[in-house]
Ligand binder design. Structure first.
Ligand code: FDA
Length: 310
């Protein structure tokens, strides 16, 4: 993790010009640079990628890209797309597991709109036995996201889980609360640029927090997802599970589509549950920029892609 790079890519992710340029070249052909991280712009492409992934013995969660919508109409369109996604997934026979962001469903407009939209998605999800994971966004949304999650949980929606970020100081308390409820947590390091008064900045501090929280989740959580590509974090998880007799069926590793494919395959072949987060859709630019911010070496590969496309 590189705090400077995160800041730079966060700024670039807001550039309309760069977005236009990237959108023009990023997904144009099968070899285009954004396809390394994004399964495609259409549901059909995402289903194809999912089938491939399942054939490799991996699990999946599908994410229809989009975030920070500004109007009720945009939030409604995203909700309708998620509802449609249920039908397509059911027909295709792939695993029934989706991820979504509350700012895509209108939490930035008002809470009630967002909760209504989320319920519209959870209705077919419940009927068709889907699992729905709520991603965690910038810290400005953490409390609201958790409040909405708990409201739905108390209303007996039990096919839902949440993501929590090890980089935030508050997360230990949130992990304990989710463990108390019996809710499944996806533990991540945290992809957003955060102020120093809410989050650790140094990789060593984030990693130490990640290991602490991973142990809490493995010991007393409900089927946690340890979401990282970082080998020391993965080894710490394996070693804690071994030492405490926690079976491989009681947790899963999660990774992002296109990142550390070697590691995904190795872990699956060792009998671990490995789930890939498969993003698709036209609104891929902010997601893509976060992936560049995590590993600036990716920029070279993107630049070569752009030059090749011209
Ligand atoms: P770290 O960044 O330390 O990287 C460790 C190693 O992984 C690197 O050395 C490199 O080998 C590889 N790697 C990491 N990122 C890479 C990249 N972009 N390209 C190529 N190689 C890379 N965040 C969030 O705030 N809210 C959320 O809801 C989610 N959801 C989520 C789901 C899943 C399944 C995953 C795996 C991750 C998320 N994240 C997230 C993102 C997460 O917070 C974090 O930013 C990334 O996973 C990168 O952190 P690592 O744990 O991989 O470690």
């Amino acid at each position: 993790m590189y705090p400077g790079a995160k800041t730079l890519f966060y700024a670039l992710s807001r550039s309309a010009r760069l977005k236009r340029l990237a959108s023009k070249y990023g997904m144009r052909s099968r070899e285009s640079f954004a396809r390394r991280f994004i399964a495609g712009e259409t549901i059909d492409e995402a289903i194809d990628a999912s089938r491939n992934i399942q054939a490799q013995g991996l699990h999946l969660t599908l994410d229809y890209l989009g975030e920070s919508v500004r109007t009720v109409e945009e939030a409604d369109a995203a909700t309708r797309e998620y509802v449609r996604l249920h039908d397509v997934i059911v027909r295709s026979g792939i695993e029934r597991n989706i991820s979504l962001k509350l700012t895509q469903l209108g939490v930035g407009i008002d809470r009630a709109t967002c909760v209504d939209n989320l319920r519209r998605i959870l209705e077919p999800a419940g009927r068709h036995d889907f699992f729905v994971r709520i991603d965690m966004e910038e810290s400005a949304w953490t409390q609201m996201t958790l409040d909405i999650f708990e409201t739905l949980w108390q209303q007996d929606y039990r096919n839902i889980g949440i993501a929590l970020q090890a980089s935030l100081y508050r997360t230990e308390q949130d992990v304990r609360r989710m463990n108390e409820l019996g809710a499944s947590v996806r533990l991540v390091k945290g992809a957003y640029k955060e102020p120093q008064d809410v989050a650790y900045r140094r990789k060593a501090d984030v990693d130490a927090a990640f290991v602490r929280l991973m142990r809490l989740l493995l010991d007393s959580g409900n089927y946690p997802a340890i979401a990282t590509h970082d080998p020391p974090m993965i080894e710490a998880t394996q070693s804690h599970a071994r030492q405490h007799g926690i079976g491989k069926e009681r947790f899963e590793f999660e990774m992002l589509y296109g990142i550390r494919r070697d590691l995904q395959g190795t872990l699956a072949s060792e009998g671990y549950q490995v789930r890939l987060y498969i993003p698709f859709g036209r609104e891929w630019f902010p997601y893509f920029m976060r992936r560049l911010g995590e590993r600036p070496a990716n920029v070279g590969f993107v630049m070569r892609g752009i030059l090749r496309e011209q």
